[in-house]
Design a binder for this molecule. Structure first.
Ligand SMILES: *Cc1c(COP(=O)(O)O)cnc(C)c1O
Length: 373
């Protein structure tokens, strides 16, 4: 990966507000009445930069982090070797990497007794693997899926000195929508299975962002495990209003690279899908779908000098073309995500326009975009 200084030689950049992330973390804990937060920083902290986000959260006393893969875990552990920093893995891991997970003190989920036995067979005397028990209450991806399995795995963990028990968790499928009965079913299962297995409450963690925002009253957990709210995004559908105000942490800007006047009948970009109905000023920006400005953003708003303009024609790999209401000089700043005067464009706006969710917009940014903190 090319470093940020070199990436900055092209005038398109992301700005990250780390203070907003700290504020959001404090707000959601207060709102949900949680004592502890596991900050989800997978996919490079949803495109915000895991290394910097983790430091900002360490600064306000958060010590538990979650990523998806072993590689993400190792990258984080190399920067934060401290004993008190916990790094959880959320996805199913290949059990043959048990010793790598021990070496980097990563905490994988255990969802089957077979996985556990296979891991145990690899752990040498004097070594310990920290684990979390994953319970599948309705997400259908991974985890123990019956009272018997939860019990069997928990008992096996208790019966060896090669494992450290770090918690038990489940993941909600519908926390961010109105399907209350499915959510309730998941909660009920978790309580039944985990209580029957005799797992003390202090080990439970079951609230993702949607759950911590809209269902905190219905679950009894000291620990929340959240991603999107930290970064200031509504994890739900646009009509699902937030009961607390969150501050978005990511802004995206670019500078006009060239300006010219399109004559009547002239077209723009691949496929010549946009044709000028009248003579008009247009500009080219150095950003494209290879930067995560998705191809389906053709027609999306951008802000120039405090007013709304539009992406015209197809989004190409490295460049987009926008309308202008008048001639502007090369180098004029254009806001793709953020505020300009009275106008603003949010990640949620982009997600809605692109028929997707904020997470997908965010995690696509990155490869070539430098970040300024
Ligand atoms: C991604 C993930 C989260 C965080 O989800 P948000 O909705 O962003 O809060 C929590 N738990 C698990 C298991 C996940 O995979």
């Amino acid at each position: 990966m090319i470093n940020d200084d070199i990436l900055r030689l092209r005038p398109t950049w992301i700005t990250i507000d780390l203070q907003a992330i700290q504020l959001n973390a404090q707000k959601i804990m207060q709102h949900a009445g949680a004592k502890k937060i596991i900050a989800v920083v997978k996919a490079d902290a949803y495109g915000h930069g895991a290394k910097q986000v983790v430091q900002a959260l360490l600064d306000i006393g958060i010590q538990d982090f979650a990523v998806a893969t072993i590689a993400e875990g190792i990258a984080l552990r190399e920067v934060y070797p401290q004993k008190n920093v916990n790094i959880f893995l959320l996805g199913v891991q290949d059990v043959s990497h048990t010793n790598v997970m021990i070496q980097y003190r990563l905490v994988p989920p255990v969802g089957t007794i077979e996985w556990l036995q296979s891991a145990l067979a690899q752990i040498e005397d004097g070594q310990k693997l920290a684990v979390q028990l994953a319970v599948d209450t309705g997400m259908g991806r991974m985890g123990a899926h019956s009272q018997e399995n939860v019990q069997a795995i928990y008992d096996a963990i208790q019966n060896t000195d090669k494992l450290d028990f770090f918690g038990v968790f489940t993941h909600f499928a519908t926390a961010d929508d109105n399907n209350q009965s499915y959510y309730d079913k998941q909660v009920k299962r978790f309580y039944q299975w985990v209580t029957a297995a005799g797992i003390p409450k202090k080990y439970w963690n079951l609230a993702n962002s949607g759950s911590a925002i809209w269902h905190f009253n219905e679950i009894d957990t000291e620990t929340i495990r959240v991603g999107s709210v930290l970064y200031g995004y509504n994890p739900g559908a646009p009509e699902k209003k937030l009961p607390i105000s969150l501050k978005p942490a990511l802004y995206l800007k670019s500078k006009i690279g060239s300006v010219h006047q399109l004559q009547i009948g002239e077209s723009v970009s691949y496929g010549a899908t946009y044709t000028a109905a009248k003579s008009q000023w247009i500009a080219t920006l150095p950003i494209g779908y290879a930067d995560g400005y998705l191809r389906r953003m053709s027609g999306m708003n951008v802000l120039v000098d405090g007013h709304v303009e539009h992406v015209i024609g197809r989004v190409t790999m490295d460049q987009i073309v926008i309308t202008l209401n008048q001639e502007y000089p090369v180098g004029t700043i254009v806001t793709l995500v953020g505020c300009d005067g009275q106008e603003k464009i949010t990640i949620e706006d982009m997600a809605e326009y692109g028929h997707t969710i904020p997470h997908e917009i965010l995690t696509n940014f990155g490869n070539r975009l430098p970040k300024i903190y």
